[in-house]
Design a protein around this ligand. Structure first.
Ligand SMILES: [Zn+2]
Ligand SMILES: [Zn+2]
Ligand SMILES: [Zn+2]
Ligand SMILES: [Zn+2]
Length: 480
């Protein structure tokens, strides 16, 4: 059986209909719904270089083509390049008879030992910032295309503004920034008197269309006879790492400016509250807000793998863990896949058009929810103790405080309990998938004193219990 990670075996059904493991899902405390990467809006918070950790505003990042000016990646293996210093004897500037030691710098890869000297780049006299840029051979054409599409975008924009003009006073600040228009066109559109016909095609810069050529250079004469030295030929990855030049030989590899990374914040698309917000500082790995489901939904795991036989009942033990500092009551309810094939009803408060909240409808996706095994769920409910970080140092057994039904609770340890499920694989199933709805009392810590703080939530879960072992396999292994 292929190894399946524990985290992929228990999946939660997001409010958008997608199954996700608990580590890839968020919990909106305001809508009280699960939200995954598919149903939150992603916003760029900070742009920074992962090597020097310098952050920069988005306009600067765009000018620098989203790359760091000072840091480089190895064009050979992609590892970060580091600056190395050597000293050479050079004639002194005032007296050429004397020599002085001068420091020179070059770039070197600690991963594959590629250096900037390998490709004949001259050592620099300053440690950073002196490495020249390669000019793209298509620079002019790209520039004229950009110019043209800026014009197109501007015209589209003006047309849209003209349509809106009767309704509203237009603000030049609202111009989109798609082609960096705000600085150039903002001023222009101000000077345009109420969008007269000036924004028309007359402003579009001409682009010369590319012409296909019939003549193609022939292959070099020795192409089939000269021995191939693969170490001198760049790999596909190396070529495509610099799309402008696409060096075919390793001798033409050139240091690559490091890509800028972003820190994202995630926002619930229904209520616009932040679900995840990192700290601004690029060197910090902390979050100001982090509403991972992991902190709000009991974590379910499969305790141990049992052999499953087609049509035979087996005991699959799961554990449930309470991540919150409040006791909670948990019950397992039957899962009806049909109930989740339709998008859930929208919340009522979202219909108010005057409110500032922008409600975005997310297409509901249907995951394959049909179970391939029957499950007998334990009846009744049980209490999950609150998380207590000191519990593992506690000698006293507090488990006797809970009057557990031994039919339901197999074991209990601090904020975890083990529960036995009776699973019967369907006759034709190979991969056994079961489902249930985890009902639990969630203590909402959002400060709304008027409302009741404890809410009952239902989280549909789909568990992959394992693969069915055929009887033939068992007898074979017994013979051995
Ligand atoms: Zn989702
Ligand atoms: Zn950098
Ligand atoms: Zn390298
Ligand atoms: Zn929300």
């Amino acid at each position: 059986m292929a190894h399946v990670f524990q985290v992929d075996r228990v999946k939660l059904l997001c409010s958008c209909g997608i199954l996700k493991p608990i580590t890839a899902i968020y919990f909106c405390r305001h809508c009280l719904k699960l939200r995954c990467g598919n149903c939150v809006s992603h916003e760029v918070d900070t742009m920074f270089c992962p090597n020097c950790l310098e952050n920069m505003p988005s306009t600067e990042a765009r000018l620098k083509k989203n790359r760091c000016a000072n840091c480089f990646d190895c064009p050979s293996c992609g590892h970060s390049l580091s600056t190395r210093a050597t000293s050479v004897q050079a004639p002194a500037s005032d007296d050429s008879a004397k020599t002085v030691a001068r420091k020179l710098y070059y770039l070197s890869c600690t991963g594959c030992r590629w250096t900037s000297r390998d490709v004949g780049l001259k050592d620099q006299t300053v440690a950073s910032g002196a490495w020249g840029e390669l000019d793209s051979p298509h620079y002019k054409q790209l520039q004229s295309l950009l110019e043209h599409f800026r014009g197109v975008a501007q015209r589209e924009k003006l047309e849209r503004e003209r349509k809106r003009f009767s309704k509203r006073k237009t603000s030049y600040l609202s111009l989109t920034d798609k082609y960096n228009l705000s600085s150039v066109m903002g001023r222009k559109s101000l000077s345009l008197t109420a969008f007269s016909a000036k924004g028309d095609s007359s402003q579009l810069s001409e682009i010369t269309p590319s012409v296909p050529s019939e003549d193609v250079e022939g292959l070099p004469e020795d192409i089939f006879t000269a021995p191939v030295d693969l170490s001198k030929i760049a790999t596909m990855e190396q070529r495509l790492a610099s799309p402008e030049w696409q060096p075919t030989k390793t001798a033409d590899l050139y240091p690559l400016h490091k890509h800028i990374l972003v820190k994202r914040s995630l926002r619930c698309r229904y209520c616009e509250h932040n679900l995840s917000k990192p700290e601004y500082n690029p060197s910090s790995i902390k979050f100001k807000i982090q509403l991972g489901a992991f902190y709000h939904v009991p974590e379910v795991r499969i305790v141990k793998q049992v052999q499953l036989f087609s049509g035979e009942e087996a005991t699959v033990q799961i554990s449930m863990c309470n991540p919150t500092p409040h006791d909670m009551t948990v019950a397992l309810l039957p899962f009806v896949p049909e109930a989740y094939q339709e998008p859930p009803k929208k919340c009522e408060e979202s219909t108010d058009s005057s409110c500032l909240v922008r409600v975005v409808e997310i297409p509901y996706e249907n995951s394959n929810l049909s179970p391939t095994g029957d499950v007998a769920l334990p009846q009744g409910q049980l209490t999950l103790a609150a998380r207590d970080d000191t519990a593992e140092y506690d000698d006293q057994d507090s488990n006797s405080n809970y009057k557990d039904d031994p039919q339901v609770v197999a074991w209990r340890r601090a904020n975890k309990v083990g529960v036995n499920l009776q699973v019967t694989p369907h006759p034709d199933a190979s991969e056994v998938r079961i489902g249930f709805v985890l009902r639990y009392d969630y203590t909402n810590t959002v400060a709304t004193a008027s409302e009741s703080r404890t809410i009952t939530l239902n989280i549909p879960m789909v568990i992959s219990a394992g693969t069915v072992t055929s009887k033939a396999e068992v007898s074979k292994s017994e013979e051995k």
